[in-house]
Design a protein around this ligand. Sequence first.
Ligand code: ADP
Ligand code: TRP
Length: 329
Amino acid sequence: METVLSGMRPTGNLHLGNYFGAARSFVKMQDEYNCYFFIADWHSLTTHPKPEDIQKSARTILAEYLACGIDPDKATIYIQSDVPETLELYLYLNMNCYLGELERVTTFKEKARKQPDNVNAGLLTYPTLMAADILQHRALKVPVGKDQEQNMEMARKCARRFNNIYGVDFFPEPQNFSLSATAVKVPGLDGTGKMGKSDGNCIYLYEEDKAITKKVMRAVTDEGPQSPNSEKPEVIQNLFTLMQIASTEDTYKYFDEKWNDCTLRYGDMKKQLAADICATIAPIRERIKEISSDTEKLDRIARLGAEKARESSLRTLQEVRRIIGFRTY
Ligand code: ADP
Ligand code: TRP
């Protein structure tokens, strides 16, 4: 079975975009692949978060992914900082990465511009840590978005270089695993492109029906269809796309016909859309509450995940130590 690995940044709560764009695909993947899903809390150190926030944000995201249906009996779900083995591989890989190429990574340049008084070495070697995350499990497929392509290229370089330097065929080159075949892009409610945390246009998975309904009812619209079968402007198309994602095909068709014959009332459409989004989110929200309240269980799951991940990482590390010329543990 091929190994798939995905890293999640612990930056707040999951929204509908994260669910349909990522989490739901992970849930499917866990039946088809040997999956590792981890929370990249070491990576978040590049911005120096407060100690009390570190535990909290990792636990929040862990609970939410579990609530979406990631099953710790099928996939290995763990917190990056629970697997110290990663850091040894990070050190070895850093020996084969060059200052020039790390400085050329766009995400580094962007971060350096955003936080000019904190251009630390961790920021520079972010791609090496990511390579260690991946290569420690010898993962073949990594679901990532476009913004991670350069980091993925560095991970492949790390694998290739290690193999070349030591004349081995040990690390496979990890490939970007496009989610676009199964995942959909979830638009925002404000008429702009996509739902995203930084755009402040999200419906979160923890939200109650009332709050969700309020957000949907406030979605940006226009003066309504002007002529039969006309093309939908972006704000309206977004509502329809959301409906395609959250509602049944019949519901979608019903409102699409109303658009086409100019009898559509946005209020009715939004009411239906709100009800369907609530129906999608409600069971997830209830599971988030249930899982978050049982901190012992959450701890047990994190511990079990870490154990499995450490075992896999150590297996790789033993070989790496032997190949480099160190004693194995
Ligand atoms: P955000 O910062 O908005 O929470 P991230 O960039 O951290 O989103 O994305 C985490 C995962 O969720 C990625 O795999 C990304 O592709 C997916 N994702 C985020 N927003 C959307 C969206 N609107 N539609 C589809 N997928 C999304
Ligand atoms: N850099 C990724 C992001 O910003 C998170 C991440 C860290 C990751 N390590 C990874 C993703 C390993 C995939 C594989 O989203």
